[in-house]
Write a protein that binds this ligand. Structure first.
Ligand code: PHE
Ligand code: NA
Length: 453
């Protein structure tokens, strides 16, 4: 059953993996999803739980996934099966790999729609489609952009095509290059927006909203949302990081790499919050506006600031690039599985994946126009993809990874992969055995309890 690990392509250069993993992590999750969820769930308490989840669950699970990928040298399914077999246990655990692969694919199916928003706003910036409008008009522009399925479908199709084109070209050439200039660019753009916020009012209110911890204000559902978002933002339990780990050279330090990726991701998310909420408060907008939040607020800032059009164009270029470096990581698991197990070439594997992706993402795209009424339990298809992955599949997948690493795998294997000193290794083991699983289970039970009342 288990094929021996074959020699596998590796990242080129010392920075290859860090760049690619950071590119995967930093994306729409930081700039689009984090602010609007923080707004929806009321601010500081959500941010605090989210940060705690990154540290207590995200970091240990990310280390686990990278180690699994590197040890197993394959897609999530194959890598997990190999490492479990090496530990002398049964391969039922590879179900975790299947769920991760499915999860990455489901995320991508709605991610391309949001990335399509980013690309269409870049176009609007370039063509003057956002000029001279106030708060209400911004809402109307966002609505109109969604209302026409051919318009929205054009943009999500474009993102799908670009993603599959890059993935089809292969690991090194396709992925590595684009990240090295995109990340610093994004940080500079956010810094400019924050600076604008400092001088234009609303900044104090934004800081208070993001960082004032008000214990009573977070619902159980909000806590589960914060946990799910910690997985989402670090690209965990979805095949992305594990598969990227399978290309990691043997000597790179997994712990150090994980910390720098998690740090970069957190910094960008918090910067995005500090950039966006001043605009929201200065313009009297509702922080709980929902998924359209950044698209309705940021253009207002770009209109008002000096050189705004130029900065706006640069910002949406960065956002589109950040979305692409994430989207390519979501299909890597599926494509690498197809290549290893079905003998397909990378090109064939990516284009066949792309066709299925296009069909499902088109359904998700229709949620915003002709399919707005196709709901189940009040959620349309786009919402369901997000809900199932972030609230269920990723927390459960992360729980599985932690338990697998903590209790099932031979300790010696993980220890060898990490190459950590005794106490640091013991800390990781303590985290994946007790802290992360308990954290996940407690948040789950809490959220389910409320759902039943
Ligand atoms: N981490 C990415 C972001 O924040 C999203 C992502 C999720 C990427 C799952 C890969 C896998 O935008
Ligand atoms: Na992220």
């Amino acid at each position: 059953m288990t094929t021996p690990a074959q020699p596998r392509t590796q990242w080129l250069g010392r920075w290859g993996f860090i760049l690619a993993a950071t590119g995967s992590a930093v994306g729409l999750g930081n700039i689009w999803k984090f602010p609007y969820m923080t707004g929806e769930y009321g601010g500081g308490a959500f941010v605090l739980v989210y940060l705690a989840c990154i540290l207590a669950v995200g970091v240990p699970v990310m280390m686990t996934e990278i180690a699994l990928g590197r040890r197993g040298r394959g897609s999530p399914v194959d890598a997990i099966r190999r490492v479990v077999t090496e530990s002398g246990r049964t391969s039922a655990w590879s179900l975790l790999g299947w769920m991760a692969m499915l999860c990455g694919f489901m995320i991508l199916s709605f991610y391309v729609v949001v990335a399509g928003w980013a690309f269409s706003y870049l176009w609007k910036m370039l063509s003057g489609g956002l000029a001279g409008s106030g708060v209400e008009e911004m809402g109307a522009i966002f609505g109109a952009n969604n209302a026409n399925p051919f318009n929205l479908g054009f943009w999500s199709t474009l993102v799908t095509l670009l993603t599959m084109l890059i993935v089809g070209k292969g690991v090194q050439k396709g992925i590595e290059k684009s990240v090295s200039w995109m990340m610093p660019g994004m940080v500079v753009m956010l810094a400019i927006l924050i600076l604008y916020g400092v001088f234009s009012g609303g900044f104090g209110q934004a800081v208070h909203f993001l960082f004032a911890f008000n214990a009573g204000s977070l619902s159980s559902e909000g806590m589960l949302a914060a946990l799910g978002h910690a997985f989402f933002t670090l690209s965990l339990a979805s095949g992305a990081i594990l598969t990227y780990g399978s290309y990691l050279p043997a000597r790179t330090s997994i712990a150090r790499t994980t910390l720098s990726v998690a740090l970069a991701d957190t910094v960008v998310a918090l910067m995005a919050g500090l950039a966006i909420f001043p605009v929201i408060f200065a313009n009297g907008m509702d922080p709980g506006e929902g998924p359209g939040l950044i698209f309705m607020s940021l253009p207002l800032a770009f209109q008002a600031m000096p050189l705004g059009t130029l900065f706006g164009i640069l910002f949406f270029i960065m956002l589109s690039m950040a979305a692409l470096t994430s989207s390519i990581s979501m299909v890597e698991a599926t494509v690498s599985w197809l290549c290893d197990n079905k003998g397909l070439s990378r090109r064939t594997a990516s284009w066949s994946t792309g066709i299925v992706l296009w069909l499902i993402s088109t359904l998700a795209m229709l949620s915003f126009n002709v399919g707005a009424d196709w709901t189940l339990a009040g959620k349309h298809f786009f919402d369901w993809l997000d809900y199932l992955t972030s609230r269920w599949m990723m927390p459960l997948g992360g729980l599985g990874m932690a338990l697998l690493a903590g209790f099932v795998l031979k300790n010696a294997i993980m220890r060898e992969e990490f190459g950590l000193s005794g106490p640091v290794y013991a800390l990781w083991l303590f985290m994946v055995r007790y802290v992360s699983p308990l954290g996940i289970v407690v948040i789950f039970i809490d959220a389910l309890g409320v759902a039943e009342v």
